[in-house]
Design a protein around this ligand. Sequence first.
Ligand SMILES: C[S@@+](CC[C@H](N)C(=O)[O-])C[C@H]1O[C@@H](n2cnc3c(N)ncnc32)[C@H](O)[C@@H]1O
Ligand SMILES: *[C@@H]1O[C@H](CO)[C@@H](O)[C@H](O)[C@H]1NC(C)=O
Ligand SMILES: *[C@@H]1O[C@H](CO)[C@@H](O)[C@H](O)[C@H]1NC(C)=O
Ligand SMILES: *[C@@H]1O[C@H](CO)[C@@H](O)[C@H](O)[C@H]1NC(C)=O
Length: 321
Amino acid sequence: MKEDKPIQHNHQTRRNISKFTNPVIYLLLISVSYMLGYLSSSSTHNTTTTNTTTAIQLTPPSSSTKTTTNTASSTSSIPTDSLDHFRFSARCGKAVSPELIRQTILYKLYNGTSPYNEFPPPHISSLIKQARIKGWGSKGAVFENLIRKVKPTTIIEVGTFLGASAIHMAELTRSLGLKTQILCVDDFRGWAGFRDQRFKDIQMVNGDIMLMYQFMQNVVYSNVTELILPIPFSTQSVLDKFCEWGVLGDLVEVDAGHDFHSAWSDINRAYKLLRPGGVMFGHDYFTSADERGVRRAVNLFARVNGFRVQVDGQHWVIDST
Ligand SMILES: C[S@@+](CC[C@H](N)C(=O)[O-])C[C@H]1O[C@@H](n2cnc3c(N)ncnc32)[C@H](O)[C@@H]1O
Ligand SMILES: *[C@@H]1O[C@H](CO)[C@@H](O)[C@H](O)[C@H]1NC(C)=O
Ligand SMILES: *[C@@H]1O[C@H](CO)[C@@H](O)[C@H](O)[C@H]1NC(C)=O
Ligand SMILES: *[C@@H]1O[C@H](CO)[C@@H](O)[C@H](O)[C@H]1NC(C)=O
């Protein structure tokens, strides 16, 4: 997790994007078709061997190299049954109406009681700071631009950390007179080793880090407890549950794991949670983290679903309308 690079201007970044889009897509398709070739080859071999070690050691046969070249120019030549491996098949339940979102979450996750009640508990107060709010690009112009445009009643944030971007959005919606609930999905574990340097002040008790409590304290300090709820689970498990429960958003921000596979999974799961006309967006389209996979995942998602990726500062935006 690196510091932000200076924000670039929109038109400049647009021009950059067209420069790299084609080669990037080309490489992506090559790797996807490589994976498809690999998956189909290992499943064929699985019929003749029960030894998983052997299956893992298989290298793709030369025939799949041929497939790679063929499919590189078009997704349509990927056999449709192989695409099953890439399907996010959750079917969302009936949408919960916006006024009932907070109550629904309180009942589903908190046994009907606000997690902010009697917060912080006495044994925690000395372990957290009055406020410790730090994020990355968390006040970028994209937040205000999209909130003004979409006027969201529900925002789902996937990746919250100490709450910098969530609190910024809460303050924006309040100042615009909107009644918005912001659901903050994060396992509040940060990432392995995140306390090594800049965050070593986040306390730890018997191996348990105080990230969620510090986030909640930041929300209390900012007086936005009515607008923000923590959703302390892995993105994968909770996004699928939201879909099942009909907990949907008008605005969904994706800013959790920044490697390709995490971003790809989060983006696909998060997209299902958009109400009609909703907008999905995220950070690190143009920061050092983009090489780890966010940009590749966003571009592939847009390509597969026929969306155009818009750029706002360091953020990507996909407008489902
Ligand atoms: C870059 S930080 C979010 C920053 C925040 N959006 C901001 O701008 O202030 C990424 C967060 O994603 C969370 N995260 C990463 N992978 C996750 C996963 N699979 N499930 C839940 N949370 C995850 C980490 O705990 C971390 O707090
Ligand atoms: C699986 O493969 C490994 C490595 O080739 C071999 O050592 C092992 O005996 C095999 N196990 C079975 C159940 O065939
Ligand atoms: C959940 O709420 C009910 C009713 O308010 C209460 O009786 C019960 O003890 C609570 N359970 C837990 C685990 O807090
Ligand atoms: C905190 O927010 C509430 C609305 O939830 C508002 O009525 C109150 O005036 C705010 N307090 C401060 C100190 O800003």
